[in-house]
Ligand binder design. Sequence first.
Ligand code: SF4
Ligand code: SF4
Ligand code: SF4
Length: 277
Amino acid sequence: MSDTVPHAAPTEISIHREGAQRMGFFTDTTVCIGCKACEVACKQWNQLPSDGFNWSGNSYDNTTELSATTWRHVKFIEQFSAESPGEPALNRWLMMSDHCKHCLAAPCHQACPTGAIIQNEFENVYIQADICNGCSCCIAACPFGVITRSDMGGHSHKCTLCYDRQRDGLEPACAKACPTQSIHFGPVEELREQARKRVEQLHQRGVPQAYLYGDVPSETYSEMHSFYLLVDRPSVYGLPDAPFNPWLHMMGDYVRSVAGGLVAVAVLLVVVFLLKP
Ligand code: SF4
Ligand code: SF4
Ligand code: SF4
């Protein structure tokens, strides 16, 4: 993994407050019991409407995805298989409480044309819904499918990392409600240290597959201020194996557009020069 963050944000709007720390989440999926207390606490604190009680047919998942009214979603992954040559039998149930990753160089932030998406003083990615014009550029830009536009107001919404609670010195509602401490909230540097120790502990306890997802930047994506401890490939949890910042593709498009424009101007000047009497 590279240590670089090759993503320059075209819109660098951020708030600074003296003494504010970079805050985030470390979610240890190995201790999640799928109780959904985090989902409910998020709905309750943020006064988000219920999605109804639907039978999705996918294990105990009745929410199915993140949306403008569901900012936390607990995923259920059932892994049961018989032993086969070279493959041990699998007999486990993975659970993961998903939400916005609060990326350091967030593609949603970079794509927003109105400045509605900012990085606040805790370096969390925050949508100011009253400035959002509903263009949906952020939705297309997020590689994790986190943001959705509300049918009611037409604005984009997602987890705020409980900005209102943090400003009052409170921990986010989901972390507060989690009975197993699967969701750890705190200064990002401290969380990283804690997470690495937990990975080591799991390795010593016979879980060599344990690793961290999103704690450090990769070649194609920045670090995330909400990162996870997983025990299987990211795609098993519905996460991209190698997240890619779409801005990296777009930079090439911008360069090509500017180069095309310059060539057109040069051709025009040559034509004008040749036609001059
Ligand atoms: S996970 Fe998606 S919505 Fe959240 S900060 Fe990153 S790009 Fe934005
Ligand atoms: S931090 Fe707050 S807004 Fe984000 S998922 Fe948790 S409860 Fe919901
Ligand atoms: S509250 Fe904690 S244990 Fe329960 S589903 Fe959420 S993360 Fe898992």
